[in-house]
Design a protein around this ligand. Structure first.
Ligand SMILES: [Zn+2]
Length: 249
């Protein structure tokens, strides 16, 4: 990545991240019940469009730098939603409402054990759309029960993701699982192809840090490139697993 672009993405990342944190604080202060909490989560989700467009203005949301920029802010977005939803009060939810919600959310994709932020965001978007479609004609009482059930479910998904980023070891595992998802989303300059991983190597870089270097090849034009994923928590993992296990991940 060239230094100017790097600095520009860094600046935008800080600016947009701070705006998300600020919005979360404001929204949380205004939330009184499940409907407000769902509204706040939607309002935060709607802010994704902004940084997604920014990635497009400065390159593409599907080139390597753009994907990393969006993934970083997706994480900030989910942390912000987690903060807002952590204010929910545990209600005595009628079992009936949980059961009905399951019916409403049938057919949504399941999350992998170490999801990338966008997977959680897509799931939330789909869940909100399904919920809206299925609850249009409900009585206010029925709707309130289902809203409470949905808040609990959404909070569980979001917190599950945030939890995969809390310790160095978990961060390392989710960083590694994100690599192939970045390659799968990366567009080739030929406009037609997607890349596939040809080779993968763990490297120690100059400052003693580690990167996973992936050699990738476009399935359409055959263009090859190498992308490097920083693994800032590799050393933590190596320390935890002890000598003899240091090079596995
Ligand atoms: Zn190509």
């Amino acid at each position: 990545m060239d230094a100017d672009r790097d600095a520009m993405y860094g600046k935008l990342r800080d600016q947009e991240g701070a705006a998300l944190d600020h919005a979360a604080i404001q929204l949380a202060a205004e939330c009184a019940g499940p409907a407000d909490l769902l509204g706040a989560a939607c309002a935060l989700l709607n802010r994704r469009q902004r940084y997604f467009s920014m990635a497009g203005e400065h390159g593409s949301a599907f080139d390597f730098d753009g994907l990393c920029f969006v993934d970083d802010l997706d994480e900030r977005l989910l942390v912000a939603i987690d903060k807002v939803l952590s204010r929910r009060k545990a209600g005595d939810l009628p079992a009936e409402a949980s059961k009905r919600l399951l019916g409403v959310l049938t057919g949504l994709p399941a999350l992998p054990p170490h999801p990338v932020g966008y997977m959680v965001i897509f799931l939330l978007t789909k869940a909100f759309a399904a919920f809206e479609g299925a609850t249009r004609d409900l009585s206010p009482e029925d709707l309130a029960g289902l809203e409470q059930a949905l808040v609990d479910r959404v909070a569980e998904w979001v917190h599950g993701f945030v939890h995969t980023r809390v310790t160095p070891l978990l961060r390392h595992m989710s960083d590694v699982s994100r690599e192939y998802s970045v390659v799968a989303r990366l567009s080739c300059a030929c406009g037609k192809g997607r890349f596939a991983v040809e080779r993968q190597a763990l490297r120690t870089i100059l400052d003693g840090g580690h990167v996973d270097a992936l050699s990738v090849k476009c399935g359409s034009c055959g263009a090859e490139r190498e992308i490097e994923f920083p693994l800032p928590h590799f050393a933590d993992l190596a320390r935890m697993t002890g000598p003899g296990h240091g090079e596995t991940h």
